[in-house]
Structure formats: structure tokens, C-alpha cells
Write a protein that binds this ligand. Structure first.
Ligand code: ADP
Ligand code: AMP
Length: 217
């Protein structure tokens, strides 16, 4: 199964991806996680990406495409993936199609998570992320058992620097200007499945898993 998750920051892509991994055993590839790991490791990619990420702008296509295509070409990625946060521009979508075609494969479905802007702003301000394993929590809707500590690995829960209100506003503008049109790109290719993502976490996870089960049958 090769799936893309589309939706604004805070729509729940990472949260839904974790459910798809559990249900279908696919590999979760998050471009944001790849880039944050590169920044932390101070690699060449990380040095190129950092300033863009800190200010809520998109990292240049060639940097992100190279990182994601390399990740997808690894053994687990070749068996199937759920892509979260990529593509975010038309050139990225075209590069993904080409990279898959070069291996004789293609996307099976694109899930568009639909949620009003006011809701995602609230979610992002309350998001906490484990600095060790990347698991996602929310102070309102998905609390850890112990304040500030990851249930899964005991790591420290942090606020992502780009979840500050002024950067969140910028990221939502960038989504509207550069990414939202991909919904039509994939609709035109008959791949798009819209999933209402405003409900509670469990409802949205179940809806996403069911949408893919329908698409596969
Ligand atoms: P994205 O990957 O699209 O940026 P996340 O999966 O990180 O979004 O979710 C953003 C925040 O909203 C997180 O704190 C997450 O726990 C919370 N969240 C995700 N889905 C829901 C939902 N359906 N209802 C309420 N909160 C949610
Ligand atoms: P995310 O974790 O998906 O919210 O991404 C965090 C930040 O990483 C974004 O605001 C961008 O700066 C950068 N980023 C992640 N994915 C991409 C992408 N596909 N294209 C460009 N920049 C990206």
C-alpha cells in the first residue's frame, strides 16, 4: 500500500499515520521528521533546512525531494508507505510520481484530512511531541499518563519551535498558497479520498483505516 496523507498542519496526519502503520504494517515516512532529524544531526540537509523550518516556510523542493526519495528507496519503504507532509508542492508531487514510476509502482490512494482552520490552530498550540521517539500528544485531546513524559519510551515531551502561534499562522498561509491545490491534482488522477478530520482522535483514525480498506477492496 502506497498512500499520501494531505492536510494542513495540525490536521492529524502524524496521528492518522500511526493508526495506518498499526492497521496495515506500512512504513511511516514523515518529511518533517526526516528534516528535524537532519537538523538535530547537523547534516548538510539539516543546515539547508533549518532557517526555513524555524520561520514556517517550505524547505526548497530539491532538498526535500532528495531526502524523501532516498528514504522511500530503502527496503521497508519499497514494501509500502504512508507519506506524511510530502508532497507539499506540485514539483514535489511530480517528482514523487516519477520516482515511483522508475520502480514500476504508483500511489494507491491519497487521503485528504479535512478540518477547519480554527480547529487546527487550537490543536497545534496544545501539541506536545516526544523528543526521543516522536510520538504525538495533545494537552487537550491526547494527554500522556504522566505530565511531560512519553508513555511509550519515557522521553521528554517538548513544544515544537514551529508550533508557536506566529509560526503556526505562517504555516497555515503557506499551506493555503502552496499545498492545498494538490487536492485537485490528486482528485484529477482519481486517487483522492476525503476524510472528515474534525471529530475525536479515535473516530478520525477509524475513518482513515476504513477509507483505505474500501479503496483496497
Ligand atoms: P499533523 O501531522 O497533521 O501536523 P498531528 O497528527 O501532529 O498533525 O496532530 C496535531 C495535534 O492535534 C496533536 O497534538 C494531536 O495529538 C492532535 N490531534 C490529532 N488528531 C486529532 C483529533 N482528531 N482530534 C483532536 N486532536 C487531534
Ligand atoms: P511538518 O512536520 O510536516 O509539520 O513539517 C515541519 C516543517 O518542515 C515545515 O513547516 C517545513 O518547513 C518543513 N517541511 C516538511 N515537509 C516539507 C515538504 N514536503 N516540503 C517543504 N518543506 C517541508
Amino acid at each position: 500500500m502506497r498512500v499520501v496523507l494531505l492536510g494542513p498542519p495540525g490536521a492529524g496526519k502524524g496521528t492518522v499515520a500511526a493508526a495506518l502503520v498499526a492497521a496495515y504494517g506500512v512504513t511511516h515516512v514523515s518529511s518533517g521528521d526526516l528534516l528535524r532529524a537532519a537538523v538535530a544531526a547537523e547534516t548538510e540537509v539539516g543546515r539547508k533546512a533549518k532557517a526555513f523550518m524555524d520561520s514556517g516556510r517550505l524547505v526548497p523542493d530539491e532538498v526535500v525531494v532528495a531526502a524523501v526519495v532516498e528514504r522511500l528507496s530503502q527496503e521497508d519503504g519499497r514494501r509500502g508507505f504512508v507519506l506524511d507532509g510530502f508532497p507539499r508542492t506540485a514539483p514535489q508531487a511530480e517528482a514523487l510520481d516519477q520516482a515511483l514510476a522508475a520502480h514500476g509502482t504508483a500511489l494507491d490512494a491519497v487521503l485528504a484530512l479535512e478540518v477547519p482552520e480554527a480547529v487546527v490552530v487550537g490543536r497545534l498550540t496544545a501539541r506536545r511531541t516526544c523528543e526521543q521517539c516522536g510520538r504525538i500528544y495533545n494537552l487537550q485531546t491526547l494527554k500522556p499518563a504522566e505530565d511531560g513524559v512519553c508513555d511509550a519510551c519515557g522521553g521528554r515531551l517538548i513544544v515544537r519551535p514551529d508550533d508557536r502561534p506566529e509560526t503556526v499562522r505562517k504555516r497555515l498561509e503557506v499551506y493555503a498558497r502552496q499545498t492545498e491545490a494538490l487536492v485537485h491534482y490528486y482528485e484529477g488522477r482519481g486517487l483522492l479520498i476525503r476524510v472528515g478530520a474534525e471529530g475525536p482522535v479515535e473516530t478520525v483514525r477509524e475513518a482513515a483505516v476504513a477509507a483505505l480498506a474500501d479503496a483496497a477492496s
